[in-house]
Design a protein around this ligand. Structure first.
Ligand code: HEM
Ligand SMILES: *[C@@H]1O[C@H](CO)[C@@H](O)[C@H](O)[C@H]1NC(C)=O
Ligand SMILES: *[C@@H]1O[C@H](CO)[C@@H](O)[C@H](O)[C@H]1NC(C)=O
Ligand SMILES: *[C@@H]1O[C@H](CO)[C@@H](O)[C@H](O)[C@H]1NC(C)=O
Ligand SMILES: *[C@@H]1O[C@H](CO)[C@@H](O)[C@H](O)[C@H]1NC(C)=O
Length: 366
């Protein structure tokens, strides 16, 4: 019977040997960290890239960036923007990148505004990235052969009420969902004359929230997901429309290419000038919703007054730093602690530039 006591050690050893360099270290015990960290190639967090000089519309589906199908083991996830950049080689095609690579790619491929790019990227990196190797993945292995990200990736139901992905509660938040895309088309027909425009964005955003309230007992729609969901609703208008047209009306063939296949239309031009969250206010105003969650049963949506909303953008940052990150990393030590602090500071630089907030230091100032 003695050898049974070896089992935990063997399981731990297997997990250590197999630990992916892009997987998050959040939630690991000190013993696990002691085993894993020596196997990692540690890299100092790189400084965030600045904005590019040239923000003109230009051909981005070019001969240096052809779309290629996935190879076994390539990682794709719920973000059609990042999937597309990986499948065209603006990001490493395996779907694992540094924050700096992601920022450069969203700027080069889609003309995303520098502050928006920094905020989204460091937020994601702090939640699901490996802060010691400075790598994060844009999702999980496709097809899903097993979890590639540890559980913190979904902490707090961060990914609920997407337009084309199901809620994590239903088991698969990463992969394109044809039924949801049919609804996307239906709404584009009903409210946009066959195109996805801002009216469609507003109606579909509201519909997806109502559906989650009615079907997902664990529906969670507080900050930061609350903010991200609205930003994502206007991303197709801002980023997926050819820069020579730039009118915010997205046709369904192009939409399917981006959402399902991570593929730009032939001859695609990126937007003309930098884009951020234009149109977000219209989407919010059409159907105001307060941040909140279901209470373990459907149709129990309850406002959470401690969550940030659109009137309190600095609270978005403060809660993220004080609560979300400290829940993931309650007591980090040494180089991990320094890396968390560096990434939190990069996040602050982005929000400080757009809103102007006071920096918070949940891990101390020094
Ligand atoms: C800057 C770095 C970015 C990060 C870290 C990021 C991350 C994400 C994540 C985690 C989601 C999934 C949320 C969910 O489950 O619903 C998402 C969704 C989305 N992202 Fe990104 N994204 C980035 C940039 C972009 C860009 C450049 C575009 C457009 C070109 C884009 C377009 C979208 C859209 C449209 C969705 C919604 C998908 C849906 O609702 O079905 N994102 N993004
Ligand atoms: C979206 O398209 C519909 C149908 O053409 C139109 O009635 C609506 O005004 C458009 N919305 C916007 C914001 O342009
Ligand atoms: C981009 O916008 C500028 C200024 O409005 C305009 O002069 C230029 O022609 C536009 N570029 C394209 C490719 O449409
Ligand atoms: C934050 O923004 C304020 C106002 O623009 C500026 O004075 C301050 O230097 C910024 N802080 C950092 C750390 O960049
Ligand atoms: C975050 O923590 C700082 C102290 O580090 C505190 O001053 C601030 O009020 C906190 N903010 C929130 C929203 O908890």
């Amino acid at each position: 019977m003695k050898y049974f006591s070896l089992l935990p050690a063997l399981i731990l050893a297997a997990r250590v040997i197999a630990f992916p360099s892009h997987a998050s270290l959040a939630g690991l015990s000190e013993q696990e960290l002691d085993e894993i960290i020596p196997t990692l190639e540690i890299r100092e967090p790189a400084q965030p890239p600045g904005p590019p000089e040239d923000t003109s519309a230009k051909l981005v589906n070019d001969k240096d960036h052809p779309w290629k199908p996935l190879r076994p083991g390539d990682i794709r996830g719920p973000c059609p923007g990042l999937n597309t950049l990986a499948s065209h080689g603006y990001l490493p095609r395996n779907g694992v990148a540094t924050p700096a690579q992601i920022i450069n790619a969203v700027q080069e491929g889609f003309n995303m505004d520098n502050s928006v790019a920094l905020f989204a990227t460091y937020e994601a990196h702090l939640m699901v990235g490996n802060l010691l190797t400075d790598l994060l993945s844009i999702g999980r292995k496709t097809p899903l052969t097993g979890p590639d990200l540890p559980p913190p990736a979904n902490i707090g139901g961060l990914r609920d009420a997407s337009m084309t992905r199901g809620d994590a509660f239903f088991g698969n938040n990463d992969e394109f969902n044809e039924e949801l895309f049919q609804q996307f088309i239906d709404y584009s027909n009903r409210f946009g004359g066959g195109y996805y425009n801002l009216t469609v964005a507003a109606e579909l955003r509201f519909k997806r929230i109502q559906d989650s309230i009615a079907t997902n007992p664990e529906f969670n729609f507080v900050s930061p997901r609350f903010f991200a969901a609205y930003g994502e609703s206007v991303a197709p208008n801002n980023f997926f429309v050819d820069g020579r047209k730039d009118d915010g009306h997205l046709d369904m063939d192009a939409a399917r290419g981006f959402f399902q296949f991570g593929r730009m239309p032939d001859g695609f031009f990126r937007p003309n000038g930098t884009k951020g969250n234009a149109g977000l206010d219209d989407v919010v105003r059409a159907h105001p919703v307060q941040p909140g969650r279901n209470l373990g049963r459907v149709n129990s949506y309850t406002h959470d007054p401690t969550s940030a909303d659109f009137t309190t953008p600095c609270l978005l940052y403060e809660n993220f730093a004080n609560k979300t990150v400290t829940a993931l990393y309650p007591n980090p030590k040494g180089q991990l602690r320094r890396a968390i602090k560096a990434n939190l500071h990069f996040l602050f630089l982005a929000i400080n530039r757009t809103v102007g907030c006071a920096e918070v230091f949940p891990y101390g100032r020094d």
